[in-house]
Design a protein around this ligand. Structure first.
Ligand SMILES: C[S@@+](CC[C@H](N)C(=O)[O-])C[C@H]1O[C@@H](n2cnc3c(N)ncnc32)[C@H](O)[C@@H]1O
Length: 319
């Protein structure tokens, strides 16, 4: 699959530090008075950097814990910071809810925060024996336990296949079906035992990493949210606006890359004759990818698998 993920799906619980921040600020260059959406507020690291540059920020996060952290920043930033607890896929409703029209920038820093990972009660980590929950929004309709109890073997294999090779995903699915048949699948610890990942590994990636990541992505429909958020961002961005997405997993990055490429506008002179096909009215005039420096990788292990993609929006008449 060519996945590159660090322990526990990109998060290692180290001190929170916004990933690829310098690259984001240099490339996407938020400016005074601009309107930005930070769809993944988390600990507010990126949001504060945007605010520092003079932007107004609509912060979103599915997790109510993030709202508490945003409330702590409210005194410092006043009405330049708004928070909406909602899936970033619904950013258009959130934008009109606070009375904005178009925006100048959209930032998505995908995945979960170290705070979520390090809270044993949330069930995101295999480091503790905890309820099989894994919901970013604790009122969400489905827990990890529900999926493990209710999905058939075929669907379980599909769930794991997002991050595992076909043979491995079928083996994981069979192990889940066997364990639940014996009534031994209630906690994260049971899940680790069931998939035979309890043995310590000398490899950099713990054997349970991929299985936990796949389960978390399914519980929160993470790829579905991303697929809905990308076109919503394009619709919301003004001409000259920037879409910036930081991903930690090849399946996410692939979707972002394809979206940017599919919506890349060709300059009129570049299209000619038989190859000419109808061009969309708006899209991206260019796109670029950024990786963490070696220095950031060493300082912040969470950054190791991170990739930032930025697209610059334009309309055809601006070309
Ligand atoms: C990697 S953390 C973001 C860290 C943040 N950029 C910072 O500097 O503190 C990802 C956050 O996005 C949230 N999140 C992930 N997917 C989401 C979605 N579809 N809608 C809203 N929030 C989401 C998670 O709850 C988590 O708090």
């Amino acid at each position: 699959m060519g996945n590159s993920i660090s322990a526990e799906g990109a998060m290692d619980g180290s001190q929170h530090e916004p990933v690829l921040l310098r690259e984001l600020l240099e490339a996407a260059a938020p400016r005074e008075g601009e309107c930005w959406i930070d769809g993944t507020f988390g600990f507010g690291g990126h949001a504060v950097a945007l605010l520092d540059r003079g932007a107004r920020v609509l912060a979103m996060d599915r997790d109510p814990e993030a709202e508490k952290r945003a409330a702590l920043l409210q005194d410092a930033w006043g009405e330049r910071l708004s928070f909406v607890q909602r899936d970033f896929a619904e950013m258009e409703a959130a934008v009109s809810g606070i009375g904005w029209g178009a925006v100048d920038g959209v930032l998505l820093d995908l995945g979960i925060s170290s705070g979520q990972l390090d809270d044993p009660s949330r069930g995101f980590s295999f480091r503790w024996d905890a309820p099989l929950d894994m919901r970013m929004d604790p009122t969400g309709p489905v827990t990890a336990g529900d999926l493990l109890q209710e999905l058939g073997e075929e669907d379980l294999a599909k769930l794991f296949a997002v991050v595992a090779r076909p043979g491995e995903s079928r083996r994981l699915a069979r192990a889940v079906v066997r364990a639940r048949g014996q009534g031994r699948l209630q906690t994260t610890g049971d899940f680790v035992t069931a998939i035979g990942a309890a043995r310590p590994s000398h490899r950099r990636i713990h054997p349970a990493t991929r299985a936990f990541l796949a389960l978390r992505m399914a519980v929160n429909d993470e790829l579905g949210s991303l697929e809905r958020a990308l076109p919503a961002s394009l619709r919301l961005l003004s001409s000259g606006g920037r879409l910036a997405v930081i991903s930690f997993h090849s399946e996410e990055d692939r979707r972002v890359k394809h979206f940017l490429r599919e919506h890349l506008l060709q300059k009129p002179a570049a299209t000619s004759g038989a190859e000419e096909r109808p061009q969309p009215e708006e899209g991206f005039v260019r796109q670029a990818r950024f990786l963490p420096t070696n220095e950031e990788r060493l300082r912040n292990p969470r950054s190791r698998s991170a990739r930032l993609r930025v697209g610059w929006k334009a309309t055809r008449k601006d070309l």
